[in-house]
Design a protein around this ligand. Sequence first.
Ligand code: IUR
Length: 446
Amino acid sequence: MPVNFPELIKLKRDGGELSLADIHAFVQGVKSADIQESQIGAMLMAIWQKGMSDEETLALTKAMMNSGEVFVWPEEWLVVDKHSTGGVGDKVSLPLAPALAACGCKVPMISGRGLAHTGGTLDKLESIPGFEVNQSVEQVKQILQDVGCCIVGQTETLVPADRVLYALRDATSTVESIPLITGSIISKKGAEGLSALVLDVKFGRAALYKDLDSARHLAQSLVTVGNRLGVKTGAVLSRMDAPIGRCVGNAVEVCEALECLKGRGPDDLTELVTALGGYLLWISGHCHSLETGKIEITQKLKNGDALKKFQAMLVAQGVPADVAHSLCSDATNNFQYMKKAAHQTELKVPQDGTVLEIDGLALAQVLHKLGAGRTKSGEKIDHSVGAELLVDIGQWVMKGQTWIRIHHNSTELSTHQRSDLQTALVIGSSNRYKIESRVAEFIYPK
Ligand code: IUR
């Protein structure tokens, strides 16, 4: 009998609970295009308004995961991954994937592209000459065998239902729904065939969720559904107000990630990499505690093992060996292969005082307009556009001191862009300021 979609929509609209069979039929309908777009939109809005129980969210996630290919790896592999809900200056995946590979894990990291103010790991990597994000399943398997980690784009075969649902969520203002976000993220991670997963759920001005409580709600849903799907899943709640590290953009972020891999990255970036990596090593069973996990990741960043893995990954994904070697050699000034912007503009601190805030969202919005980001999927971006912060939160600064260097290709920054950037810097008179760590809380599997 054909499924009566209007009845299913009505059931959810009126606050009822969908059965496993109902949810399966809905996802199958989405996949096979047996259901009209208007009906999908109406169901998404009903879910957005009425929510879903844990059982319904789990059923949705499973049905989405099984709408396409599910990877199966050799049994002896410890296959792990990280997912972040998106931030400004978030280049954590770049050092983390090779650090985990250096610990003996396999990391088939499937990443995304930037949209709106958040950057995408794939865009960052594509600022390295030759880097190829599109790899077949066979190639991914070979790279995992030979190197241990890769960072690739979504394949056509993985969770096809999410592509349709995600585009329609965007079009119907139903993106911010915990069951829909959970279904989208965990179905894709489940299809990667993972043993363990850590989620970096961000909160703050430049994050999807502005406050800790809402981020915790999302994290709990992700952790519950991930574990019930058979993936050992934990989450970290991390602050996302100021940009992570001192660089925002694409090419500039790769340079900063390389510094982290050389053991001299900014403290907050290194903190996130070791916390997320250490937590993953612990929940996956590789280490017996969070602390030993963190120590192992720290060692791999300091002794050059993670850097060697990163270099091997670059070569395996198409970067010429001499370019990869130069980027990964120890000299500070070895980034001649990275594309440079035509102009650099420095802005000055307006008054003496302590740096209280650097608004990551405002900064990202200006960089977006200068070409670093995209508004619609598929748009081209300018990898050379970016910003280098020259001051830290909590630092005492003097009027006239340079606080930011913008790399851009447009001849001049507009008055508007200059003033938006200047309002991103908040200076206060107190010379005492407590620097908060990035990691606010760990969410453990129940
Ligand atoms: N990333 C995803 O993969 N899915 C989502 O729904 C969101 C971010 I929001």
